[in-house]
Design a protein around this ligand. Structure first.
Ligand code: MV4
Length: 510
């Protein structure tokens, strides 16, 4: 394909990934266009881009997810390309096609490749045909209950029921015994119908204590495909990744080579182009199975950039413009160890309740081999409308113990006042012996929840109680005055309430 010069990119995303893409574009001399919802007018990505266009009201379904608005903004701004980031429209084949139809380069794979990997059971079929190991199970969704029970018996209990339209752990159900199968089957179909509007369910052999290990891939338009090593992503909370690292503590060189080769084969089977990630489940006997392929750049891509010394967004843009892969497989020689921690505006001491609000003070970590990919600033108000991840903190070191030490040191420098974050929770995870051993599995955070519990900051807790008492006293006093027909003092109760709420949020920390 002829090279098409990309002079201006519209970033169809927000938050830290939009800032991340803008930074690389700037280094490449590419002009940038940000798009924003009303809630994001003050956002960092809007401030950093060369131009910014409003999409619509705050809800994503009225802004970032509205394909025609995004394409229209690209046309109006004269953008040659659209970078979708992750989430939103990044894995929407119809959107990728709409960009192509408008003569705008979509920075990602062809719609057909995205489609091939979009639906779980179709992807499994394609992978089986390409001799990629998939978890033993039913050939596809099964409609008939008796047939499903028969197949379950063949596979052998325990089995996992999965919604064909599901993903990310939604619509999954473990069944341990034949006598439990019928009710589990009906339950899973009902849940799938409610959650996805599609009640198709398929079966897999249940893997005990699986690990989630994914392989970063890159392919150019001529079909050259390489892998850039793996990422261990088993530290998850409710199917949401929290800590990611490379290399995986459980892979040996032989297994790493085999998984890389299989991942490349998976990408080539669907004519993949650009950055992609093949996710595998690795069981307790170190057998690995294709889980799904993510046809986008992942949140956790920085750890792969650290150990390879590459900028994957630059690769995406060069390949989208028709350039060949910058590296061959022989050039990939990852070195050292990198770990990433996702920083969320949420309160672990209150069951991870989101903690939106104004950031009164922000001091991000720095120093040798520390990278903060952030989308916020002091004075910015974290909106309630979107994913609460405000930044990712990643580090590199010569080996895993030193990478853990460095990430702990960096997290210890993280100061965020005005909202509550999960930073203290992240530090407890990194300090836990099971994490330090590297022998954790996907159940680690659930199994060790008590060890990892974060109590509200003792000083903060006391202040919050004092404020609550003062507030309650003032309310009683006001009520008594009212009853006696006297005016209440001019200090409005709302100010106390606001202080109480702010204390509860953590802005009263030291
Ligand atoms: C499984 C499994 C055990 N056996 N499939 C798939 C979606 C992913 N987010 C969770 N998935 C799992 N699929 C079989 N046949 C266990 C999980 C699982 C998991 C896998 C990787 C990382 C974290 C996980 C947390 C819970 C369950």
């Amino acid at each position: 394909m002829a090279e098409k010069k990309i002079r201006k990119v519209l970033i169809a995303n927000r938050g830290e990934i939009a800032v991340r893409v803008i930074r690389t574009c700037r280094e490449m001399g590419i002009a940038t266009v940000a798009v924003y919802s009303d809630a994001d007018r003050p956002a960092l990505h809007v401030r950093m881009a060369d131009e910014a266009l409003r999409l619509g009201p705050a809800p994503s379904r009225e802004s970032y997810l509205v394909q025609e608005k995004v394409v229209e903004a690209a046309k109006r701004s004269g953008a040659d390309a659209i970078h979708p980031g992750y989430g939103f429209l990044s894995e929407n084949a119809a959107f990728a096609q709409r960009c192509a139809d408008a003569g705008i380069v979509f920075v990602g794979p062809p719609p057909a490749a995205m489609d091939a990997m979009g639906e779980k059971t179709r992807a499994r079929d394609r992978m089986r045909a390409a001799n990629v190991p998939v978890v033993p199970g039913s050939p596809g969704p099964i409609d008939d209950e008796a047939e499903a029970a028969r197949v379950a018996g063949e596979i052998g209990f325990p089995v996992m029921l999965k919604a064909a339209a599901g993903g990310g752990g939604k619509g999954m159900r473990r069944v341990d015994r034949a006598e439990d199968f019928a009710s589990a089957w009906r339950g899973a179909r009902g849940e799938a119908k409610n959650a996805f509007g599609d009640d198709r369910v398929y079966l897999e052999k249940y893997l005990d204590e699986p690990r989630h290990v994914e392989v970063q891939l890159f392919a150019d338009r001529e079909g050259r495909t390489i892998h850039l090593g793996e990422r261990e992503c088993s530290v998850q909370r409710r199917h949401q990744k929290v800590i990611e690292e490379t290399p995986s503590p459980i892979l040996d060189p032989e297994l790493r080579l085999r998984m890389g080769e299989v991942a490349v084969r998976a990408a080539q089977a669907v004519g993949y182009v650009g950055a992609g990630t093949v996710e595998f489940l690795v069981d307790s006997k170190r057998r690995f199975y294709f889980l799904e392929m993510n046809t986008r750049l992942q949140v956790e891509h920085p750890v792969t950039e650290w150990v390879n010394g590459v900028d994957l967004v630059r690769w995406q843009l060069e390949i989208a413009a028709g350039a060949p892969l910058p590296w061959s497989q022989g050039d990939v020689r990852p070195r050292g160890h990198a770990i990433e921690a996702r920083v969320y505006a949420e309160d672990p001491s209150r069951n991870f309740m989101p903690s939106p609000g104004r950031i009164e003070q922000l001091r991000v970590p720095s120093g040798p081999f520390v990278r903060d990919d952030g989308g916020v600033y002091a004075g910015y108000t974290v909106p309630i409308h979107y994913d609460p991840m405000i930044s990712k903190l990643s580090v590199w070191a010569e080996d895993r113990p030193r990478a853990i030490e460095r990430l702990q040191r960096a997290l210890g420098e993280y100061v965020v006042r005005g909202i509550t974050t999960n930073v203290r929770y992240l530090r407890r995870i990194l300090a836990h012996p099971e994490f330090q051993s590297g022998q954790y599995d996907t159940n680690f955070l659930a199994r060790r929840a008590d060890d990892l519990k974060v109590v509200p900051d003792p000083k903060l807790e006391e202040l919050a109680l004092l404020a609550a008492a003062a507030f309650a006293y003032r309310k009683d006093e006001a009520r008594a005055n009212e009853a006696a027909g006297q005016r209440t003092p001019d200090q409005p109760a709302w100010r106390l309430a606001g202080r109480r709420a702010a204390m509860a949020r953590g802005s009263w920390q030291r």
